[in-house]
Design a protein around this ligand. Structure first.
Ligand SMILES: C[S@@+](CC[C@H](N)C(=O)[O-])C[C@H]1O[C@@H](n2cnc3c(N)ncnc32)[C@H](O)[C@@H]1O
Length: 183
């Protein structure tokens, strides 16, 4: 009977079919990530996405680094203005600066990180701007310029070498004259 024949064919080839299905799902996932990263699939973007997805955010700190606190609250503290947190992650420093009266923009590649940063900001009663995007393509993000304070804790040093000059170029263009860059 025809149904017996199909049942035998299915039993013999079901692993092949399952493999093809898994391949299609993996292909679709890669395509989505590629589309979201401006056509460039980078290993480090995938690693960060996976880290946030799995909760492996080993770099997360409960409070800002002492250097930032010293700069912002110390005796030579600058007057508040626009600040840019490059690779802001879950927003510890972005939220801290907002609470100190800065007009802060936090940029990060990973939407899941920004979702947590948004919740952190809401809980603290502040409303910094969070932008999902690539810090090596700042010009495409529409964040404006005139940033008097720029900070990067943990983003630049993991960039692939071929993206570092684009990062430097973009940061130089959005920084105000005489800006402070804490790296
Ligand atoms: C080591 S974590 C540090 C996060 C945060 N600055 C902190 O100190 O908690 C580096 C962050 O940079 C982000 N990142 C890495 N490359 C990026 C890129 N090209 N553009 C934007 N964000 C990036 C990652 O998603 C991650 O959240």
């Amino acid at each position: 009977m025809a149904s017996d024949r199909w049942s035998r064919v299915w039993k013999r080839h079901r692993w092949l079919a399952a493999g093809a299905g898994a391949g299609l799902v993996a292909g679709a996932a890669v395509w989505r990530v590629r589309a979201r990263t401006d056509g460039e699939l980078r290993w480090y973007g995938l690693v960060y996405r996976a880290a946030y997805r799995l909760g492996l955010v080993v770099w997360e700190r409960p409070s800002p680094p002492p250097e930032l606190i010293e700069l912002v609250e110390g005796p030579t503290r600058p007057s508040t203005g626009r600040a840019l947190d490059l690779g802001c992650g879950t927003g510890t420093d972005t939220v801290y600066l907002s609470r100190q009266g800065w007009d802060v923009t936090g940029v990060d590649l990973v939407p899941a990180a920004l979702a947590r940063a948004g919740r952190r900001a809401a809980a603290a009663g502040v409303a910094p701007h969070f932008v999902n995007g690539d810090a090596t393509r700042l010009g495409a993000l529409g964040i404006g310029d005139g940033f008097e304070l720029l900070l990067d804790f943990g983003c630049f040093h993991t960039l692939p070498e071929d993206r570092r000059y684009a990062y430097i170029d973009g940061v130089s263009k959005v920084a105000a004259p005489g800006a402070t860059f804490l790296l």
